[in-house]
Design a protein around this ligand. Structure first.
Ligand code: PBG
Length: 359
């Protein structure tokens, strides 16, 4: 509602003076009765051409990012039980799949690694010949135009499955500041191996600044950071943890990932990561958190990403397998809703299927 120079209040988009809208002599239903039959919303819905012309949101193949899991070995493509159609692949198989992904018109993949050995600090994360480093070099060589995003976290590499270094005390808390150095070291090693974008998913405080500083110090000033900025402690990561073998041995991630109840805090997290130098800000999971994405879209000028996570995929696939839901239809519907809420980049296990349909 805004007022013109005569003090008449207008409803944005309607151009109808306020006395029509809020006049005490008119109640809600009579106001709508006054608008029908002049206004008929169905006019633009019925002819398919007009309906298509009126469509406000379009999912583009170029905005899709496909998450993939690299494992040691050769010729390996292990199905992930709770994610039908998704695999853990050895580097040779990953390269083949990346060629297909690129041919489908998808711009980028997000790489995760499952190392041969895990240890207390997660040293496999920054190993020169680490699983993701090896995958990055191979894919960069074979498919140079595919953008490679490297997830940065220690949970796939630590024996305890937490995203950072644990305190030696019995309470085994995840220590923030000692973890930063390891995340920075991992980021530099991934950039050196060919990562085009660095994506920290650990939720330690100050990690974006630490990673930016380290990248810049190693001449990676042009490597952007996609920050998992508002990452919630969610039950929807279950299938991923099975896929990556990264479930915490004890405890949970509530000490570092966000409380699903908190929206204001999510905006603070996003603003902080932005100030620390992140280039793209992510909300994760996607569908149950579209209000956060929308609020961020209104408040921030930053490019935004949303991650439709493993559990969101598993939920739709399970219902589709049972014949309870129409899988392909819901794939496009959910991706459209994520774009409508404000996502520029969409990370989804549906990327290949969606790109095929969107051709
Ligand atoms: C690593 C990480 C996780 C996911 C992305 N990066 C798991 C977690 O935080 O437990 C989840 C992705 C998905 O569920 O698809 N920290």
């Amino acid at each position: 509602m805004y007022a013109d120079e005569n003090g008449y209040k207008y409803c944005p988009g309607l151009g109808i003076p306020d006395f029509w809208q809020n006049g005490s002599e008119l109640n809600f239903s009579s106001r709508f009765a006054a608008m029908f039959p002049v206004h008929r919303m169905r006019r633009l819905r019925q002819p398919p051409t007009l309906r298509a012309m009126t469509r406000e949101t379009h999912v583009r193949r170029e905005q899709l990012i496909y998450p993939m899991f690299a494992v040691p070995g050769r010729g390996v493509a292990q199905p992930i039980a709770a994610m039908p159609g998704q695999y853990r692949r050895s580097v040779d198989e990953l390269v083949k799949e990346c060629r297909k992904i690129h041919d489908l018109g998808i711009s980028a993949v997000l790489l995760f690694g499952i190392p041969e050995h895990k240890d207390e600090t997660g040293s496999g994360a920054w190993a020169e010949d680490g699983i993701v480093q090896t995958a990055l070099r191979a894919v960069k060589k074979a498919v140079p135009d595919l953008a490679l995003i490297a997830d940065v976290c220690l949970c796939e590499y630590t024996a305890h499955g937490h995203c950072g270094v644990l305190s030696p005390e019995a309470d085994a808390r995840v220590l923030n500041d000692p973890t930063l150095e390891l995340l920075a070291r991992t980021s530099v090693s991934l950039a050196a191996a060919g990562a085009d974008v660095i994506a920290p998913s650990d939720m330690m405080d100050g990690r974006v600044a630490a990673i930016r500083r380290a990248l810049d110090a190693h001449q990676f000033t042009d490597t952007p950071i996609l920050a998992y900025a508002a990452k919630f402690a969610s039950g929807f990561y279950g299938p991923f943890r099975e896929a990556a073998g990264s479930a915490p041995q004890r405890g949970d991630r509530a000490g570092y990932q966000m409380d699903p109840a908190n929206a204001r805090e999510a905006l603070r997290e996003m603003e902080l990561d932005w100030q620390e130098g992140a280039d793209v800000l992510m909300v994760k999971p996607a569908l149950p958190y579209l209000d956060i994405l929308r609020a961020a879209r209104r408040r921030l000028a930053a490019p935004l990403a949303a991650y439709q996570v493993s559990g969101e995929y598993a939920m739709l696939e399970a219902a589709a397998q049972k014949g309870w839901l129409d899988g392909p239809r819901l794939m496009l519907e959910t991706l459209t809703c994520i774009a409508r809420a404000g996502a520029d980049w969409i990370i989804t296990y549906y990327a290949p299927q969606a790109a095929t349909l969107l051709r």
